[in-house]
Design a protein around this ligand. Structure first.
Ligand code: MN
Length: 152
């Protein structure tokens, strides 16, 4: 009996890192075919804004090195990082390295981009209120020179 308990403990300890690295609790979703990013991005819609609750919620996973173009959310967005390591940058400011567990406020009207670090995937839940007036304005690509300024 002691041997069985011992084996169960060992199995749990060995399995823990596997679960810890398994990422989001939500499905990874479909590969994005929209031309507003570089690299592979998977998207899953979790809630669509409607007349009762005006809030869009989606989860996005970025392959290492994948990133969105510069953009603006007219009514803002909150990013809840659920897995991996990535970058968040507002125009004119330094790149912030973001990790699982971080919550990032993308303030209304501020030009910014976000994506994965070069050596890590990134998954987050994006919460966008005021769906009707919060249509993202897509701007220029993030250049290699801009992306490479990060130090993680
Ligand atoms: Mn954004």
């Amino acid at each position: 009996m002691k041997k069985i308990i011992f084996l169960a403990v060992i199995a749990t300890v060995l399995a823990a890192p596997v679960f810890a690295q398994s990422g989001s609790i939500f499905p990874k979703g479909e590969v994005s075919t929209v031309n507003n990013h570089t690299g592979t991005v998977w998207l899953t819609e979790l809630n669509k804004a409607d007349s009762l609750i005006d809030c869009n919620i989606a989860t996005a996973t970025f392959a290492p090195g994948a990133k969105l173009d510069w953009h603006i959310h007219p009514a803002g967005q909150i990013l809840i990082i659920t897995d991996g390591t990535g970058y968040y940058q507002e125009k004119g400011k330094a790149i912030q390295v973001v990790h699982k567990g971080d919550v990032i406020k993308c303030v209304p009207g501020v030009t910014h981009w976000h994506g994965a670090a070069p050596n890590s995937a990134l998954t987050y839940i994006a919460v966008s209120t005021n769906g009707a007036k919060n249509k993202t304005q897509w701007l220029q690509r993030v250049t290699d020179a801009e992306y490479s300024k990060a130090s993680n």
